[in-house]
Design a binder for this molecule. Sequence first.
Ligand code: PPS
Length: 293
Amino acid sequence: MKPPSRPELFDFEGVSMIHYFTDNWEKVKNFQARPDDILIATYPKAGTTWVSYILDLLYFGNDAPERQTSQPIYTRVPFLESCFKVIPSGTELADNLPTSPRLIKTHLPVQLVPKSFWEQNSRIVYVARNAKDNAVSYFHFDRMNMGEPEPGDWNTFLQTFIDGKKVFGSWFDHVNGWWEKKQTYSNLLYMFYEDLVEDTGHEVANLCSFLGLSTSVEQKEKITKGVQFDAMKQNKMTNYSTVPVMDFKISPFMRKGKVGDWKSHFTVAQNEQFDEVYKQKMKNTTVKFRTEI
Ligand code: PPS
């Protein structure tokens, strides 16, 4: 049998995209956000699933047990712009969510976020990850996910990552665009993957204070334990093992979960070139990333 063909990258309003995230654009653009919606926004592979699961447990962990045992995280937290045909579109899933608040995931760069989120002053949690680890994680994801464009070898992938020719565009534009937004939009929490790895409990507490939750100490500890890498890797509802287009024989979704794994991928020359480009592209921003902890 012929393997399914991978989607092609094209320019969409100045951002590299694939059709799975633009096919439903009219509905995405006109999506009606609510004041109590919580949008989880990230560049792909920055810790979306991790923060989605933390928020889901904070809000609904004590509610219906079957939510945790029978509903994969991607149906509990709809992926707004997705339109995969085999499951309902992100807007449809979000419109039909029975929960309050609704937790919604997006990888959109800030300028493409539906305007109703700003009008409704919805809360937004943005998670960012250092560029080097983010690139490595994205490379392995594209290798194993047939719904993504062909990544090529690591060197080819890295060059196109630097050029911003990846689904959802340039990492640099993404993290900088959202960082800039944070300066004027107060309902935005800008988090870092590295902080989550270093001290998950601290970040869970940080989320609670941003969201105005008075979660008990015991509950916070329980959640912190339940969202550790190994627990999520074992958990069928959070490890994406239920998604057929992902070939875990090539690379699992929950791959390593580390800060600094880039060191086993970047050659000395690639690292020097990357640092040079990084300096240029990040010269006008105050956002600071850690590539090791
Ligand atoms: S996606 O497809 O964009 O939604 O992917 P996303 O969830 O943003 O990112 C996947 C990477 O996050 C890692 N991850 C974690 N790391 C540490 N601890 C926990 N609990 C955790 N959960 C997810 C996951 O392993 C991917 O990173 P890599 O480096 O590839 O392992």
